[in-house]
Ligand binder design. Structure first.
Ligand code: COA
Length: 262
């Protein structure tokens, strides 16, 4: 039996499983609870040896609107020690690492929006199939914080330094076709074909011999991580707490929140 999560739903069809973000009223925003549950789900799937492919998707009208702006997962409280704050600042990175290191092959089934942390959740998956109506953005700088959750080494390894700087510093929106041109997604499909295309790919991968598939995943991940070897992942917890004290960054965050809450 699958674990009882409050923000996620797990369904299984023999060797294929669906892991759905399940907060549709909040556009599947990634709260602290949701990040912890995603990491727990990844570890649970690692014990389910019969599951070969996991399709990660969002219920309702979108994949996910990113970090929960009402329960900002990284925000410290005055009562927390620096150690607790560092730990909190690393929770998103632990989620992307847990998903990225899953034994099963992962397919991101993406529609609507994949913003900030949700975009990084998509990038943590091995395959990304995206509906043509999807748009992406990485608004962290406008929110007065650096991109964290392991996003910088991941993006540099996938699209190089120049495009990483452009997308992260400008915070501009980009669509499914541009994401495919950049090599960030595997397929762009009509929204009505999205689930079917993901299942087709899942069945074809599940039918392949498991050991060479697993070896390929581990090797590609190891080489891709090598590119980011100089990145000190644990520094994320400190960086976030430091920038939260910067007045200009705080003012940017307030302006951004006002712009999206109207
Ligand atoms: N965290 C928490 N709640 C969110 C959210 C988020 N990231 N994004 C949207 N929601 C909530 C809204 O508060 C709203 O709740 P309400 O109905 O109780 O008011 C509901 O989801 C619907 O959002 P709404 O803004 O009305 O939908 P929209 O289609 O007009 O716009 C977005 C969708 C995604 C463009 C817009 O919601 C947005 O920009 N969200 C913030 C994205 C973001 O900056 N994420 C942080 C990434 S690091």
């Amino acid at each position: 039996m699958s674990p009882d999560f409050t923000t996620l739903k797990i369904e299984q069809e023999e060797s294929i499983a669906f892991l759905s973000l399940n907060r549709p009223k909040r556009l599947n925003a990634l709260s602290g609870t949701c990040l912890r549950e995603l990491a727990e789900a990844a570890h649970w799937f690692n014990q389910q040896k019969h599951i070969k492919v996991v399709i990660i998707r969002g219920t309702g009208r979108t994949f996910s609107a990113g970090a929960d702006i009402h329960d900002f997962p990284n925000n410290p409280t005055e009562s927390e020690t620096w150690i607790e704050r560092r730990d909190k600042g690393q929770i998103g990175m632990r989620m992307t690492e847990s998903i990225g290191n899953m034994n099963a092959i992962t397919i991101a089934q993406v529609h609507g929006f994949a913003i900030g942390g949700a975009f990084l959740l998509m990038l943590a998956c091995d395959f990304r199939i995206v509906a043509a109506n999807t748009f992406f953005s990485i608004p962290e700088v406008d929110l007065g914080i650096p991109l964290s959750w392991g996003g910088i080494p991941k993006l540099v390894s996938e699209i190089g330094p120049a495009k990483t700087k452009e997308l992260v510093m400008t915070c501009r929106r980009f669509d499914a076709v541009e994401a495919k041109d950049l090599g960030l997604v595997n397929q762009v499909v009509a929204i009505e074909d999205l689930e079917k295309k993901c299942l087709e790919l899942a069945h074809s991968l599940a039918a392949k011999p498991a050991v060479p598939i697993m070896m390929t995943k581990e090797q590609v991940n190891a080489v891709a991580k090598h590119i980011g070897a100089a990145y000190v992942a644990s520094a994320e917890g400190d960086m976030l707490q430091t920038v939260l004290k910067d007045e200009e960054s705080k003012a940017a965050a307030i302006a951004y929140m006002n712009s999206i809450t109207k």
